[in-house]
Design a protein around this ligand. Structure first.
Ligand code: PLP
Length: 375
């Protein structure tokens, strides 16, 4: 198999053809010329688009290298993809196990599922509670590393246990990206992600996708997309595909910068609870090294209280105070401002960009000094 950078650059691009671009531009279309019988490959813009096809082929290549059976379906956002799997794969009377510490909008689907007669059990990513919640379940949802707590679970172990009781397994792969972790190779039935984050990486679009090796499961998700209509715009799909060429460069740099930042944060007396799966001292590290190849851009930590955290965020110069993560630029936020996550008031989710590491450390350590001086 070719290396990650090579595959990222070439994934989903058509063979070189004289006088044609290497990545054809976005196809803006709602209706195709469709004479006679209404058969494909391109019928209507909510159902098919050649710009999606190329991106979907690329994502299949990254999530399941060399497997012609892999299918990817792209969506208007990560939540479009998450909802497509959860709402297309379970029926009234069935049970879903969700992480109690997942991205909060994923958990907020609990109410909707329950209103449709689906049972929902919540269990934390860390420890064995997800295993204990499996009995009689139809679908196990994992998010590893979890957002924002950065706990990690053993995908292979959980997938084996879920399959043994007849449950499907979906893994939210947003934080790791397919170059950080390949859930399908670890036994999952679905890899689901927000492409809004590190995958596209420039903070300029929303996108989501679902990859599966099962033609039957893919058909259900495709049918859901067709009827729910959460399709990606051609421009977003094309921009995301273009951005894949630098995915390996970006995630390598981000992971190295994140590790350097986490190491510096560990030395600060006012900083507690530093988490990054790549840190050798992190409780998630042993499982992370066994199933991940890159550890992502996010570092989380806590400052003593809300006021201290707000002073820190205000003192940052290079780093933008913003939600989301995985962008080429450093961003950070006080996560408790949203409510909904079990984190202390001073908890910071920091997403490390691809800037020069010395500049990032200068910015963060300077802001920490300023915030501490005003305490
Ligand atoms: N999954 C995770 C882990 C996320 O962090 C997010 C967004 O932050 C989503 C899914 C949803 O993605 P989007 O914002 O693209 O809908």
């Amino acid at each position: 198999m070719q290396g990650d950078s090579t595959r990222s650059v070439h994934a989903g691009r058509p063979p070189a053809t004289a006088y044609e671009p290497s990545l054809p531009g976005p196809v803006f279309v709602s209706h195709y010329h469709l004479p006679g019988e209404a058969t494909g490959p391109y019928t209507y813009g909510r159902d098919e688009n050649p710009t999606w096809d190329r991106l979907e082929a690329a994502l299949s290549e990254l999530e399941a290298p060399g497997d012609p059976a892999a299918t990817t379906l792209t969506f208007a956002s990560g939540m479009g993809a998450v909802a497509a799997v959860l709402l297309s794969q379970v029926r009234a009377g069935q049970t879903v196990v969700l992480p109690s510490d997942s991205y909060q909008a994923t958990r907020s689907l609990r109410e909707r599922l329950e209103s449709y007669g689906v049972g929902v059990r919540l269990a934390p990513t860390v420890g064995d509670a997800q295993l204990a919640a499996l009995d009689g379940a139809r679908l196990l949802w994992l998010e590893t590393p979890s957002n924002p707590g950065l706990d990690v679970c053993d995908i292979r172990r959980l997938a084996d246990a879920a399959h043994a009781v007849g449950a499907l397994v979906a893994v939210d792969n947003t934080l790791a990206t397919p170059l950080g972790q390949r859930p399908l190779d670890l036994g999952a039935d679905f890899s689901v992600a927000s492409g809004t984050k590190a995958l596209s990486g420039h903070g300029d679009l929303l996108l989501g996708y679902v990859t599966t090796r099962s033609a039957e499961l893919a058909t259900g998700v495709r049918q859901w997309r067709k009827t729910a209509g959460a399709i990606p715009g051609p421009m977003e799909a094309w921009l995301a595909h273009r951005s894949l060429a630098t995915l390996a460069l970006r995630v390598d740099r981000q992971a190295a910068n994140a590790l350097a930042l986490a190491g510096e944060l560990l030395k600060r007396p006012e900083v507690t609870g530093v988490r990054h799966p790549g840190l050798p001292s992190d409780p998630a590290h042993p499982v992370a090294v066994a199933q991940m190849r890159r550890f992502g851009s996010v570092v989380s930590f806590a400052l003593p209280d809300q006021a201290h955290a707000e002073r820190f965020l205000t003192a940052l110069r290079l780093t933008a105070e913003a939600t989301s993560f995985g962008s080429v630029q450093c961003t950070a936020e006080r996560r408790a401002r949203w409510g909904g996550d079990a984190v202390p008031p001073g908890f910071i989710r920091f997403s490390v960009g691809v800037e020069d590491p010395e500049d990032i450390l200068d910015d963060v350590l300077g802001a920490l000094d300023e915030a501490a001086a005003a305490a």
